[in-house]
Design a binder for this molecule. Structure first.
Ligand SMILES: Nc1ncnc2c1ncn2[C@@H]1O[C@H](COP(=O)(O)OP(=O)(O)OP(=O)(O)O)[C@@H](O)[C@H]1O
Ligand SMILES: [Mg+2]
Length: 279
């Protein structure tokens, strides 16, 4: 039994003439402890996929099983780093995270929870901003609060919807390593949505492309056969890294071109410059 299983998932938004089939025939199986990355085109349905797995949305057809049971609602076992951060504007950084950990550990003492909040705020280097409200923060700072909030809840499965997109290369690299640390410590399961092929190769065991929409479906998987812990600076000289990176980029460019010729829409390719390796 797979840890997470999506069988023949279709998602249609709207009805009648206004209906759009966003996701088509999505089949995905993730084993416990795996780190899977999905790299997709902009607007292709990545967040829709995340919300289906999180339990915020229901598929139009098909089934999603988490540890063998259908997903019917959100759960603390699956922690999501949302693309839009979704912080409560009237609460400070510390209070936003406190509320989440209180929900995840209802029987823990206030002192333990407050320490946990402090630790995770420090992990994302936001200790000086712990009493600020979201509107006083930059986009990148808000993104880091969202990362801290999701990880502080200690989820079994970490689901990340382009979690580091608004960050500079150095901060992004540090948080990639923090996420990998947390994932590997207790062998959690992770699903990363990213538009950065290099980020996917650095972090994941497998990369699966999501084709451009509408009717987006998953492409063939690319296994990342590079030993862990991975060394960013050495990756550029790793023949496996080069081979895998070229194969993924070639695949993405081919499907982007193929879609363009039928739809006239310009598809924006995922980020393919090695910006996450400036460190
Ligand atoms: N609630 C909704 N109702 C109707 N259409 C929606 C809804 N949510 C998303 N869509 C449409 O579904 C498609 C996929 O949206 P989604 O947000 O899943 O894409 P994405 O790949 O996450 O995009 P991005 O790269 O911008 O993050 C888009 O065309 C969007 O307009
Ligand atoms: Mg999205």
């Amino acid at each position: 039994m797979a840890y997470l299983e999506l069988n023949n998932i279709y998602k249609i938004y709207g009805e009648g003439d206004g209906a759009t089939e966003v996701l088509s025939d999505i089949n995905l199986s993730i084993e416990e402890g795996e780190f899977v990355a999905i790299v997709g085109f902009t607007g292709s349905g990545k967040t829709t996929l995340v919300n289906l797995i999180n339990g915020l949305l229901k598929p139009t057809s098909g089934e999603i099983l988490f540890k063998g049971e259908p997903i019917i609602d959100t759960s603390h076992e699956r922690g999501v780093i949302f693309q839009n951060y979704s912080l409560l504007p009237w609460l400070t950084v510390g209070q936003n995270i406190y509320m989440a950990v209180k929900e995840a550990f209802p029987n823990e003492s206030k002192r333990v929870l407050q320490q946990r909040v402090k630790d995770y705020v420090a992990m994302v280097s936001l200790s000086p901003a712990i009493n600020k409200r979201p509107k006083e923060l930059s986009g990148g700072m808000r993104q880091r609060v969202a990362v801290a909030r999701a990880l502080a809840m200690n989820p079994e499965m970490i689901i990340m919807d382009e979690p580091l997109g608004a960050l500079d290369a150095l901060t992004r690299g540090n948080l990639q390593d923090e996420i990998l640390n947390i994932w590997s410590k207790d062998k959690r399961t992770a699903l990363l949505i990213t538009n950065d092929v290099d980020e996917g190769i650095y972090m994941a065991d497998r990369i699966i492309p999501l084709k451009p929409g509408p009717n987006a479906t998953l492409g063939p998987e690319f296994k990342i056969d590079i030993e862990r812990p991975r060394d960013k600076t050495a990756l550029n000289d790793n023949p496996n890294y080069k081979k895998t990176r070229n194969a993924i980029i070639e695949y993405l460019m081919d499907i982007g071109e193929a879609r363009k010729s039928v739809s006239q829409t310009e598809y924006i390719l995922p980020e393919i410059s090695p910006k996450s390796f400036v460190a």
